[in-house]
Design a protein around this ligand. Structure first.
Ligand SMILES: [Zn+2]
Ligand SMILES: [Zn+2]
Length: 383
C-alpha cells in the first residue's frame, strides 16, 4: 500500500470521516465531513482517492502523490490537527500469555543478571509522522512514521500497530506541563535520527537509480571530450601542423580538459542527494507494558536496570546505548559506572580500555549532531 495513500486515509478517519479501502489497497472511497472536504479542497464529499498511477482525474476521483495539491493540503491539515492527539490503549492482561523472558531476548556479553521482579504498568510512546523527500535528478517522497519510547528506544513494529488501532482507543487527557520540553526535544532528535537512518535503507533503490544515471552521464561526457580530442590529434597528424597552428590546437585541448572537469563537477551537483524531512504530526500513545527489574552484576559491581515488554507489540523494547543512543538487545557494561553499551561501543570499550560515556560522550542531541553522525550536510532544510 502506498504510504501517502495510507496517510490520507488515516487523516480522514481521524477527522471523523469514513474510509473504505478497495481490496487491492490501491484506493479508497471516503465520505468527508464538510470541513474536511473544504480543507482538502475537494468539490464533492463522496470521493475516491487513489495513488493514481494510471487513473484520470475526475470530479469524484482524486490522486494523492508528490506535487498534487491534495497532498499539500493534507499535509497542512495534518500539521494543524496533529500535534495534540494522545490516546491510551485499553489494558490487556499479560497474565494469560506465556511469561516473557528477558534472558531469551537480551544478551549480556560481559555481565550476569538476576530477575528482581516484574509488574504491569503504563509507558508513553511518541509517534512522529514525517514527510520525507529525496531529490537528485528525480524526486521521491513518502510518509514515514517513527515511534520512540519515553526512554529513547525506537520501536519499529509500533507505528503500524498504533495507527491501526489507536482510533478505537480512548482519548487521553494530558497537560503539556506533564512533559518537559527538553525531554521531548531529545526524543524528537532520536526520531529524526531514526527517520533519516530508516530512510537511508528504504532509499537504496532510489539511490541505485540516481547512481546509474550519474555514471551514464559521466560516460557520455567522457566519450564526448575523448572524441573531440581524438579529432584534433588526428588533424594535427594529418596536416602535419606546427608553429602557431599547432599552438592553437594545443591550447584548445587544454581548454577542453578544463571544460570537461567543470562539466563533471556540475554533474556532481545535479546528482547530489538532497533530503528534506518535515515532521507533520505527533501522537502520544500510552501503552500497557510489563516492566522487568534486573540486577546486573559486572565484576564486583551491581546496577539495577529495567527492561520493558510491550503488550501491544508483544516484544521487548530495545534499550538505548548510553554512549551513542543506538537501540540494542545486546547489553554490554563498562567497568566503573556500568553504563549500558551497544555492541560497537562495547567493542571500542574493550579495545581502548575506556568507556566513552564515562568520558562524556552522549547520543546526538541537536539536529547538527544527528546529521554529522550520518555524514549528511545541513543546508537548513531540516526544521
Ligand atoms: Zn553505542
Ligand atoms: Zn561508562
Amino acid at each position: 500500500m502506498n504510504s501517502l495513500l495510507k496517510f490520507a486515509g488515516n487523516l480522514i478517519e481521524e477527522s471523523k470521516g469514513a474510509v473504505e479501502w478497495e481490496e487491492a489497497q490501491d484506493s479508497f472511497q471516503a465520505l468527508l465531513p464538510e470541513d474536511v472536504r473544504y480543507r482538502l479542497g475537494l468539490p464533492e464529499s463522496f470521493v475516491t482517492i487513489s495513488d493514481g498511477t494510471d487513473v484520470p482525474e475526475e470530479a469524484d476521483h482524486h490522486c494523492i502523490g508528490f506535487g498534487t495539491s491534495l497532498l499539500e493540503r493534507a499535509i497542512s491539515m495534518a500539521i494543524e490537527l496533529g500535534p495534540t492527539a494522545s490516546m491510551r490503549m485499553p489494558l490487556v492482561s499479560s497474565r494469560k500469555q506465556t511469561e516473557p523472558d528477558p534472558g531469551r531476548h537480551f544478551s549480556f556479553p560481559n555481565a550476569t543478571f538476576k530477575l528482581k521482579g516484574n509488574r504491569e504498568s503504563w509507558f508513553d510512546y511518541w509517534l512522529w509522522t514525517f514527510v520525507v523527500s529525496a531529490e537528485a535528478d528525480e524526486r521521491h517522497e513518502e510518509v514515514h512514521q517513527v515511534c520512540v519510547s519515553s526512554s529513547g528506544a525506537c520501536c519499529r513494529e509500533l507505528p503500524e500497530l498504533i495507527l491501526d488501532q489507536a482510533l478505537d482507543w480512548d482519548r487521553l487527557k494530558v497537560e503539556t506541563s506533564e512533559f518537559q520540553e527538553s525531554k521531548l526535544n531529545a526524543l524528537f532528535m532520536i526520531a529524526c535520527d531514526r527517520a533519516l537512518r530508516q530512510l537511508d535503507e528504504r532509499l537504496s533503490g532510489f539511490k541505485e537509480t540516481v547512481k546509474r544515471h550519474h555514471v551514464r552521464d559521466i560516460r557520455r561526457i567522457e566519450t564526448y571530450f575523448q572524441n573531440l580530442r581524438q579529432e584534433m590529434e588526428e588533424e594535427i597528424q594529418r596536416r602535419q601542423l606546427e608553429g602557431a597552428a599547432l599552438d592553437i590546437r594545443e591550447e584548445k585541448m587544454r581548454r577542453l580538459a578544463g571544460e570537461k572537469s567543470a562539466k563533471l563537477l556540475a554533474l556532481q551537483d545535479k546528482y547530489r542527494l538532497r533530503l528534506k524531512i518535515r515532521p507533520i504530526t505527533l501522537l502520544l500513545a500510552r501503552l500497557p507494558v510489563r516492566r522487568f527489574d534486573l540486577l546486573v552484576n559486572r565484576r564486583k559491581k551491581q546496577k539495577r536496570i529495567s527492561v520493558l515488554y510491550n503488550l501491544l507489540s508483544k516484544r521487548f523494547d530495545p534499550v538505548p546505548c548510553e554512549a551513542c543512543g543506538e537501540d540494542t538487545y545486546t547489553l554490554g557494561f563498562c567497568d566503573d559506572a556500568l553504563h549500558i553499551l551497544c555492541t560497537s561501543c562495547l567493542a571500542q570499550f574493550k579495545a581502548q580500555k575506556k568507556c566513552f560515556r564515562c568520558r562524556g560522550k552522549r547520543a546526538p542531541s541537536t539536529i547538527k549532531q544527528v546529521l554529522k553522525r550520518l555524514g549528511l550536510q545541513d543546508d537548513g532544510e531540516v526544521s
